[in-house]
Ligand binder design. Structure first.
Ligand code: DAH
Length: 347
């Protein structure tokens, strides 16, 4: 047998045997360089054929090229085999059981205060009221002075105030300061336009803060909804009619309302309003808001002529409404952010 035939044959056999043991892409590449690379064994062999006698060269060249094609084909086949095996392993390892039930996403809910606030503002919207909001960090001037609560007046004791920068910047203790702000802005706009101050119908939802010992019915942070109607010819009858309609909307047609005299410096006369319905707390009277006819001095300070305009105002606590409605017995649960509490409410 010719010497070159042996060489090519044993090279081919050796290479194929080694290829069978190549277990990953790196080993394959090493093998490719070793046999088929530019300095690989087969290339070297091909080069060596040039020293053969001329009549043997064509046959030897042909055999060497055949060996090369065989090795290339074996490499491609082995590579495909490795890839298929890796894929099969991956599929096995990352197997997904698509028949397992999914994990439902947790859906948020509206906070009970939000639900009640929407009901309240929705009702007043339907009567043509605008919904406006105001600053929680407020000036003494609006929180007290313009509401007829002068400095050193004992009425200030009704609100235990948190001061941001004493003595004039504070956290509003109620939403009533927006009465003064809304009227003042309306007067300023009217003056600019050269017209009379316009009638006003607004409700003001928002947070309030008090320096307060907490218990089941008192929080240091809570919400209020202020209401204000100013126009020519508004009377106490308008106040009662509006608030009765409101109570029926919120608590149903069986509701009764009760007004008792109360004192708030910015209204005269002032009242508190309670509601009673057999569905809530066995028909007990529940106090839900303060109200009254806007004090003439409050109108005048904001720029409305009290000889021409009158108005009514009210302020209610949405938590006070939500508590009997949802059977909540402790106001501190509202803003403690315990999901077990928050998950319970639907409108
Ligand atoms: N601002 C009062 C408070 O926080 C509630 C209130 C009472 C508002 C009577 C009013 C009102 O508008 O007329 O206690």
């Amino acid at each position: 047998m010719d010497d070159w035939r042996d060489r090519i044959e044993s090279l081919r056999e050796g290479a194929l045997a080694e290829l069978a043991g190549a277990g990953d892409a790196e080993a394959l590449e090493r093998w490719r360089v070793a046999y088929l690379g530019r300095r690989g064994a087969l290339t070297e062999t091909l080069r060596g054929l040039s020293s053969l006698p001329a009549e043997q060269r064509p046959a030897a060249g042909q055999a060497a090229n055949e060996a090369k094609r065989a090795l290339e084909a074996a490499l491609a086949a082995h590579e495909a085999g490795l890839r298929a095996r890796a894929l099969a392993e991956n599929l096995e390892r990352e197997r997904l059981d698509v028949t397992l039930p999914g994990r439902p996403p947790v859906r948020g809910r509206l906070h009970p205060t939000t639900i009640v606030l929407r009901e309240i503002t929705g009702f007043f919207r339907s009567l043509g009221y605008q919904v406006v909001e105001g600053p929680e960090v407020e000036l003494d001037n609006y929180n007290f002075e313009m509401l007829n609560i002068p400095a050193n007046h004992p009425a200030r004791d009704m609100w235990d105030t948190l001061y941001v920068r004493p003595p004039d910047v504070l956290l509003r203790t109620h939403t009533s300061p927006m009465q003064a702000r809304v009227m003042e802005a309306a007067v300023a706009a009217a003056r600019e336009a050269g017209t009379d101050p316009p009638p006003i119908r607004v409700v003001v939802p928002g947070r309030c803060y008090r320096y307060e010992a907490q218990d089941a019915t008192h929080e240091w942070m809570f919400y209020q909804v202020e209401g204000l109607a100013v126009d020519e010819g508004i009377t106490m009858a308008d106040l009662k009619g509006t608030l009765f309609a409101f109570a029926r909307h919120l608590f149903g047609s069986k509701v009764k309302i009760r007004f008792r005299c109360d004192y708030f410096p910015f209204v005269e006369p002032g009242v508190d309003m309670s509601i009673s319905t057999p569905d809530l707390r066995g028909g007990a009277w529940l106090e839900i808001m303060g109200a009254g006819m806007v004090h003439p001095r409050v109108l005048r300070m904001a720029g409305y002529d009290p000889d021409r305009y009158t108005g009514f105002a009210f302020g209610l606590g949405p938590e006070r409404v939500a508590m009997p409605k949802y059977g909540i017995s402790d106001i501190r649960t509202f803003y403690a952010n315990d999901p077990r509490f928050l998950e319970q409410f639907t409108s």
